[in-house]
Ligand binder design. Structure first.
Ligand code: SF4
Length: 455
């Protein structure tokens, strides 16, 4: 099979923020005349936008790179991009011989330059395009979007990088400090997405509640949301992910409650609930603030859907600290809970604590946490039986449609299974007919009945 000149294959791994970078790199290459191919075998340029966050993600990235390097043929170039390369740079080559170019996540916008250099250098040695530590995420490029569309939805990146001190997290090492995109650039992109018929806008960053801090803005996220609802009145849903506890302010809650477009949904990773564990994690340890703020949000937004994430097995986590976490989860009754076992991350502040909790104990705590959360998730889902929801359709097959309600962020929360086939990207009012631990089943309803939502 002949290699097709001027073509590329791009594999995107990791989080939604990486997906946006992958889409932006693809746009830059297409603007240069390159054509995307969905299979690597005939593509001239092979790119893996890697994830380097935690060990399992790194392993997955290495495996994909090894596979492509093994199958690579004369006339093909393999480029490793993204967070793994940013974090480990040239050392990647020790694990994956056969990589031709390395591009750090902070310089995704240099992809065309790297490809050009590889193609124009007769016998190129591996090419490194790694910014130094000081270099932050680059600015927006005119005409290159910082969003990623799928069905009727789009992830819209509002900032990148992070200035928080979380001891277990390598993101600040990889991405550098938070860099917010200019308000006008975000609004302009949101208008374009509205014009393309997007129904749901999902705001993403490592910490959306820190938006605008580096631009000198106070309450940057609340201000941005107010601009957005004025700029894109035809977008039905605006969803906020990755809120940092301690920075969900009264103003933000007020803005969320006062605008129908802004979904009564919040993803606020808490990571733990015992003050001692949180202090060792260098995370906000004022658990009273969490109780008060969640109580306030639920009072002001009675239909609020709350998602959070926890880490179990963090160094020093005692049985009583873990039980305090279980008691907290029982008391707070979150709609959605994600959980991870602690991953030892060299180079982070937690490195000095080592990884003392045995894997089997971590596993067992993970399972005990999910055993506490699953009946809660089911009970909350059961409370929706008979109620109406709007569902954004993501797919349909054999007389069934799959979609998400305001309570479901893509890829991480539940789904709604509806009788009947509805167009992808349409929003269908339904009546909930059944509940499972994470998902709901529903029947479509005539438009007349009122829709369940905050306002
Ligand atoms: S806020 Fe999130 S991305 Fe930032 S350091 Fe903490 S865990 Fe990492």
């Amino acid at each position: 099979m002949k290699i097709q000149q001027g073509t590329f294959y791009l594999l995107s791994l990791g989080c939604a923020k990486n997906t946006v970078d992958s889409d932006s790199m693809a746009q830059l290459l297409m603007a240069e005349g390159y054509r995307p191919l969905s299979a690597p075998s005939r593509a001239e340029v092979l790119i893996v936008n890697t994830c380097g966050f935690i060990a399992p993600a790194r392993e997955e990235s290495i495996q994909h790179l090894r596979t492509l390097a093994r199958k690579k043929r004369q006339g093909q170039w393999l480029i490793a991009a993204g967070c793994l390369t940013q974090r480990y740079g040239k050392h990647i080559l020790e694990q994956v011989p056969g990589i031709d170019g390395i591009l750090g996540t902070r310089r995704w916008m240099d992809i065309v330059q790297v490809v050009r250099q590889l193609r124009n250098t007769p016998h190129p040695q591996p090419l490194y395009h790694l910014p130094d530590e000081a270099q932050t995420i680059g600015p927006d490029l005119p005409g290159i979007s910082r969003s990623s569309r799928f069905g009727g939805s789009a992830y819209l990146k509002i900032a990148d990088g992070c200035r928080r001190p979380c001891a277990f997290c390598a993101i600040p090492l990889i991405k550098g400090p938070a860099v917010s995109r200019p308000v006008e650039s975000i609004l302009e992109e949101a208008r374009q997405l509205q014009a393309q018929g997007v129904r749901e806008l999902i705001l993403i960053a490592q910490d959306t509640t820190d938006y605008g801090h580096d631009l000198g803005m106070k309450e940057g996220l609340a201000t941005l949301l107010e601009h957005l609802v004025r700029a894109v009145p035809e977008i039905d849903w605006i969803r906020v992910l990755y809120a940092y506890p301690g920075h969900v302010t009264d103003r933000l809650i007020e803005v969320m409650a006062n605008h129908r477009q802004i979904l009564p949904y919040l993803d606020m990773p808490l990571q733990h609930a015992h003050p001692d564990t949180l202090r060792r994690m260098r995370r906000p340890a004022n658990i009273e603030w969490v109780y008060r703020t969640i109580e306030k949000m639920r009072r002001i937004m009675p239909n609020l859907a709350l998602r959070t994430t926890f880490i179990v097995g963090y160094p020093g986590e005692t049985e009583s600290e873990f039980n305090a976490l279980l008691d907290f989860v029982r008391a707070m009754r979150f709609d959605r809970v994600g959980a991870f076992t602690f991953s030892f991350e060299p180079g982070t502040a937690s490195e000095a604590l080592g990884d003392p909790i045995p894997p089997e104990v971590k596993r067992e705590r993970y399972e005990r946490l999910m055993e506490v959360q699953q009946p809660i998730s089911l009970e909350i889902n059961q409370s929706f039986i008979g109620k109406r929801l709007d569902v954004l359709i993501e797919g349909h097959e054999k007389g069934i449609s799959i979609g998400r309600s305001y309570r479901d962020a893509p890829e991480i929360d539940g789904l709604v299974i509806i009788e009947g086939e509805f167009p992808v990207g349409s929003i269908v009012p339904v009546q909930v007919s059944g509940a499972m631990t994470y998902d709901l089943s529903a029947v479509p309803l005539p438009q007349s009945l009122p829709v369940l939502q905050a306002l």
